[in-house]
Design a protein around this ligand. Structure first.
Ligand SMILES: [Zn+2]
Length: 409
């Protein structure tokens, strides 16, 4: 619904964009540069020890130079539901993307009923670049480029739910805007996977758990290396004012390979004792991707690292609920999850650094929420927060004098 109206409006905006950009080139008129990196289901319980052990040096450098804290999420959080709240600052019932499936149909951008941040920024002549952001398929026109992410449909991934078509295998809509960019990506980055790999089913695992786990983990690493190459290419060759890139493999590994000792609900020794380092290793590998991104971050760039929710081991009262032990596709046994009715049990997290952001500052409690990210980014660009947005600008992370300066941009 919103999609069609928006496409029309944006087209008229672009007709004037050329003029606007010429003005922007005047000294002092440059737009702020903001990079948002989403890490699905990033869990602080796992990350903290890695930071202390020096195994995530890039994230540690962001912590030292910026502000961080937990990010309150919505009830029954999952990626499409929370990301759509994150980029519209409205409740799932309002933006319409209430889960992986809505009315039996895989969530898609045609269902989005509230204006997302990339559209608000595009209308204000901010250039926008997006890659692998969940629930952005089919892609929408922006003042820049968009490459879809989780929920992209394609070969061997007909429903688009938690699987990974390659760029050349996408079906049922466009995965790249503008269309002409697809050939360029194929040539310079290769035929990459758009989302993370589907988890092996219980039947695939039975009797050969270890080789099946290792094979799956090596595919996950291939996907991450492709994403690393894609992000590096886009940030080098297509720099934009606002860039939003997301990784999703960490969450998927956590669901079934969360390192837990026995006695937990769902524990299966043949799977869960096989590779106890697999899940922490995902964050160590993410830290290397972050290192690539940091090469494109200078002192004038705002960097946000955000997660939509955390992930926790199954809880004792779920022992007798067979549905609690299976993933969204109902094929893989899981030992950890996040779609608890009480989202406060699985908060996400955020790390921010940039001009005027407090350094080495911890936001306590659950005062920041996924609703607050879009308003905070709009504030950085000096764009008024639309009425429908429920979140608030995270004033506590800005140095006091800089808050005024940023608002005057
Ligand atoms: Zn998940």
């Amino acid at each position: 619904m919103f999609h069609r109206i928006f496409s029309f409006l944006l087209l008229s905006v672009f007709l004037f964009a050329g003029l606007a950009r010429a003005q922007d080139l005047k000294p002092g008129k440059a737009k702020p540069k903001v990079i948002v990196v989403g890490v699905n289901g990033m869990e602080l319980d796992i990350i903290r020890p890695l930071l202390l052990k020096g195994q995530m040096p890039n994230l540690a450098s962001v912590v030292n130079r910026g502000a961080y804290g937990k990010l309150r999420t919505v009830s029954s959080p999952n990626c499409p539901r929370v990301y759509s709240t994150l980029f519209t600052s409205t409740a799932p019932e309002e933006h319409g993307v209430t889960g992986f499936l809505v009315g039996g149909i895989t969530a898609n951008t045609n269902m989005l009923k509230q204006e997302p941040i990339w559209s608000l920024l595009s209308s204000s002549q901010v250039t926008v670049g997006m890659a692998n952001v969940p629930a952005t398929f089919p892609v929408m026109p922006v003042n820049g480029y968009m490459i879809s992410g989780m929920l992209t449909r394609g070969k061997n991934c007909e429903d688009g739910v938690l699987c990974s078509p390659k760029l050349s295998e996408v079906m049922g809509g466009d995965a790249v805007y503008p269309k002409t960019m697809q050939a360029e990506l194929m040539q310079n980055v290769g035929d990459f996977y758009i989302d993370c790999e589907r988890m092996p089913s219980a039947a695939d695992l039975k009797g050969h758990e270890l080789p099946a786990i290792d094979q799956w983990l090596s595919k996950v690493q291939v996907i991450r290396e492709q994403q690393n190459k894609l992000f590096d290419y886009l940030l080098s060759k297509h720099p934009t004012d606002f860039t939003f890139m997301v990784q999703s493999c960490e969450d998927r590994v956590g669901h079934w390979l969360y390192p837990i000792s026995p006695f937990n609900v769902g524990y299966n020794a043949s799977v869960n004792s096989a590779r106890p380092e697999a899940f922490p290793n995902q964050y160590i590998a993410f830290d290397k991707v972050l290192g690539t991104i940091l090469k494109h971050v200078d002192d004038d760039t705002y960097l946000f690292i955000v997660s939509d929710h955390g992930i926790k081991p199954l809880r004792e009262f779920e022992e007798k609920d067979p549905h609690a032990h299976m993933d969204h596709e109902k094929t893989t046994p899981v030992i950890a999850k996040h779609d608890f009715a009480d989202g406060d049990d699985v908060p996400g997290s955020f790390f921010v650094m940039g001009p005027g952001i407090k350094r080495d500052f911890r936001v306590m409690g659950l005062t920041a929420s996924v609703y607050d990210i879009a308003p905070t980014i709009l504030h950085i660009y000096g764009i008024d927060q639309p009425k429908q947005m429920h979140g608030h600008m995270l004033s506590e992370i800005f140095e006091k004098r800089e808050t005024k300066a940023a608002a005057g941009n």
